[in-house]
Unconditional design. Structure first.
Length: 755
């Protein structure tokens, strides 16, 4: 099926001409380096182009990683991808990567196509073997899948410059031993590099797209004093536009505090809603359900007046459509994105935009000068200086119209450069050593030499206790991401910290960046619009995932059947506690979920066959396919140890790979004894096979624990040098990928054996 027909069937209308050109170029293997279509021209359609090519059998990477550094836009991208995936014969996994939660592992399958929507931090850290919220032992698997057979799409590169440079360096540093590409496609209306695909002549005359491009957006600039207050000025301009006849008016502030203040002022004059990135997904979903029909593109006819107050979180991708816009001054690229929310479909003959600018005051100038002497800059300082440059550019070129076509007539303003370090081979040598605590922070390669706002993750519970949190860990819908300095505004005596496996009460002074904290609902700090430290009302609890499973009765209730009836697709282990139970989704762990015995010979045969299937599907060289199959067929030979078999109460004539007692402590086995170390000593003399066997639980990169069995450790002498040699041969991401094939084959077979 050709692309226009495929696209029309899934959207109800045809693609824009530039999207057809992109599909044609990708089909011919002629990939552009960047897409420069402006806001409102359907840039997220790149996901549709990729999926069409995948279904058509065109050679494209199996995974698409869509990165945009705005949390709300990640959510909307996931929703669009899910709509497309729901009708795809390829059944791609659609996964959202956000901090503070357990990421859906549906994408961790080398054979399954996947669309991963992520922020810079989440995807970038995983690529560099340092995934935030990912254990060291699993980190190589994530790096493997994001470093091979993947298309990285960076939306609005102007807010992700360091990651863009890092990805280009990764492309240079990758080893070509494996035929698995890593492609990078930048998206920015202000791209100034070569080999870019933008609007075509047909787009400028397209009956749907042309009005979006040509309609004027008259600009007025209001300068206020350096010590003036921004919120009253923004509210004043919004009221003026309302008096002039605009119904749905967007008001964009640069800080959450100012956005809240503007909302409070405007909510007394008419209905207003405030949208920021500091909101729980559950609250965001409720707001979207209530207000989106009155502010989304295509909703203009008959909609009631509304003030939509927001932060820069709406700059990228949000499909909103305002009649008029008031914005605080910002970098030029950000202003153009904000203007893209104005008269988005070109239905109005004209739509005004007002920019309120507050120059730098003396205190800010001194702070900026001090930061420059240190060599690192804060994000706020860089943003304010770029806004100052944009104001000068507008004045110099006498810009009076922010419409897309009108802006094409003005010379571009170069984007301010965010400096970042080069990614060197020496860095990767350390980053890939996930078995040791190297202590390297990947953030400079993701954000540059900028002092980032360290964040933490909050959720609220009615029963905020360690035991209940461990039974029902935080879930995506209840997590609020917040700069750590903002949390200091909340007065609490102690907080519950969840580290991914256990919960402990700590003093607020012990809170660290990246922590996930569970607060009692009575503490307050959040309302329906998100973070609000002044709010003392009890916060709604969205985290009691066991609530719908509560059922009066005894512990012999068929909880798995109940979970199936409640919509859980694959219920697994059941944890019963007074008053209810928690049904866990079936996991891809190995022995932890073993509730029935599995013969060792059957397990080894199945894992070897699955690993071979994965290697063949990746079109690896025959020698590598053989090595991977042999590693899978011998990965658990160490379990022939008599102590392990006694632990499982196995028949001596029928050794087991897994069984109900596989995780029980056993006096005859040293603590932390590793069966894969034994397997490695018995593996083939082929160094690659030996390594894949020894590393199939994430150890051995480059060392194993020495304490449990020093004799066994000495038998693996030279392991670190072997690891170094294999990385030089196959590359950092190449060796990780070969490991991942064996590991994921083991995970999949182990899961199937228990179903």
């Amino acid at each position: 099926m050709d692309f226009p027909t495929w696209y029309r069937e899934r959207h109800g209308y045809g693609p824009f001409p530039w999207q057809e050109v992109l599909a044609t170029r990708i089909a011919a293997g002629d990939w552009p380096e960047a897409l420069t279509a402006p806001t409102g021209a359907g840039k997220t359609g790149v996901i549709a182009v990729w999926l069409w090519a995948l279904e058509a059998g065109i050679s494209v990477p199996r995974r698409l990683c869509y990165v945009v550094d705005r949390r709300l836009i990640v959510d909307s991208t996931v929703a669009y991808a899910q709509q497309l995936a729901g009708r795809s014969a390829c059944t791609p996994a659609v996964v959202q990567m956000r901090g503070g939660i357990t990421i859906d592992d549906a994408w961790i399958d080398p054979l399954r196509p996947a669309i991963v929507a992520s922020t810079v931090d989440q995807a970038g850290s995983r690529l560099l073997f340092s995934g935030y919220g990912v254990s060291n032992r699993v980190a190589p698997v994530h790096a493997a899948l994001l470093g091979n057979d993947v298309l990285w799409v960076l939306d609005e590169v102007h807010i992700a410059q360091p990651l863009m440079r890092t990805l280009r360096q990764v492309q240079t540093l990758r080893n070509d031993a494996l035929p698995l590409p890593l492609r990078v496609l930048a998206m920015s209306a202000t791209w100034d590099g070569a080999n870019a695909l933008g609007l075509t002549a047909a787009d400028w005359s397209h009956p749907v797209l042309a009005p979006r491009l040509a309609r004027p957006k008259p600009l007025e600039v209001r300068d206020i004093d350096p010590d003036g207050e921004m919120a009253p000025a923004l509210a004043r301009e919004a009221r003026r536009l309302r008096d002039q006849g605009a119904d749905v008016i967007g008001v964009v502030a640069n800080t959450v505090r100012d956005a809240r203040a503007v909302w409070a002022l405007l909510n007394t004059d008419g209905e207003a809603v405030v949208l920021t990135g500091r909101v729980r997904p559950a609250d965001r979903d409720a707001l979207v359900a209530e207000y989106l029909p009155r502010m989304a593109a295509g909703s203009r006819i008959g909609r009631a007046p509304l003030y939509v107050v927001a932060t820069q979180t709406i700059e990228v991708g949000a499909d909103l459509d305002f009649d008029a816009l008031v914005t605080e001054s910002a970098p030029l690229s950000a202003l153009r994105q904000r203007a893209g929310r104005l008269n988005r479909l070109g239905e109005l003959p004209t739509a005004p935009i007002v920019m309120v600018h507050r120059p730098l005051d003396d205190r800010e100038k001194k702070r900026h000068a001090w930061e420059k002497t240190r060599g690192t800059r804060s994000q706020r300082s860089l943003y304010r200086e770029a806004a100052e440059e944009a104001r000068k550019w507008i004045k110099k070129h006498k810009v009076r119209d922010f419409g897309i076509q009108a802006m094409e007539r003005h010379p571009p303003l170069p984007e301010p450069v965010t400096r970042s370090p080069d990614l060197l081979a020496a860095h990767l040598d350390l980053l890939s050593c996930t078995s040791i605590k190297h202590g390297i922070d990947p953030s400079p390669w993701l954000h540059g030499y900028v002092d980032p706002d360290p964040v933490l993750f909050l959720c609220w519970r009615r029963d905020a206790g360690a035991q209940t949190v461990e039974l029902a860990p935080p879930v995506r819908q209840e997590i609020l991401e917040l700069p750590i300095w903002e949390f200091r505004w909340l007065e609490v005596d102690q907080v519950l910290r969840w580290d991914g496996s256990a919960a402990d009460w700590i003093d607020p002074s012990a809170v660290r960046p990246g922590d996930t904290l569970v607060l009692d609902c009575t503490v307050g700090g959040c309302d329906r619009f998100g973070w609000n430290p002044q709010c003392t009302d009890p916060v709604a609890d969205y985290g009691d995932t066991a609530e719908r499973l509560r059922l009066a009765g005894s512990d012999d209730v068929d909880w798995r059947a109940l979970a199936l009836g409640a919509g859980m697709p694959a219920p697994g282990r059941v944890l019963v506690y007074p008053g209810g139970a928690l049904v866990l989704a079936a996991t891809e762990s190995t022995s932890e979920a073993a509730v029935r015995p599995v013969l060792l010979r059957d397990h080894l045969r199945a894992v070897g066959a699955r690993a071979r299937l994965m290697a063949d599907a990746a079109v690896l060289p025959e020698a590598l396919c053989d090595a991977i199959e042999r590693a899978g067929s011998g990965h658990d030979l160490g379990k022939l140890d008599a102590r392990w078999q006694a632990k499982l109460a196995a028949d001596p004539d029928a050794p087991l790979a897994k069984g109900p007692r596989g995780d029980d402590p056993w006096l005859l086995l040293p603590r932390d004894w590793r069966h894969e170390m034994v397997s490695a000593t018995q593996a083939s003399r082929d160094l690659l096979v030996r390594h894949l066997v020894g590393a199939h639980h994430g150890h051995g990169r480059p060392t194993f624990p020495v304490a449990p069995d020093p004799v066994l450790w000495r038998q693996l002498g030279g392991w670190a040098a072997q690891f170094e040699g294999l990385q030089q041969q196959y590359g950092w991401w190449g060796l990780a990928y070969l490991e991942a094939l064996v590991r994921l084959a083991d995970w999949q077979i182990s899961k199937e054996e228990q179903q």
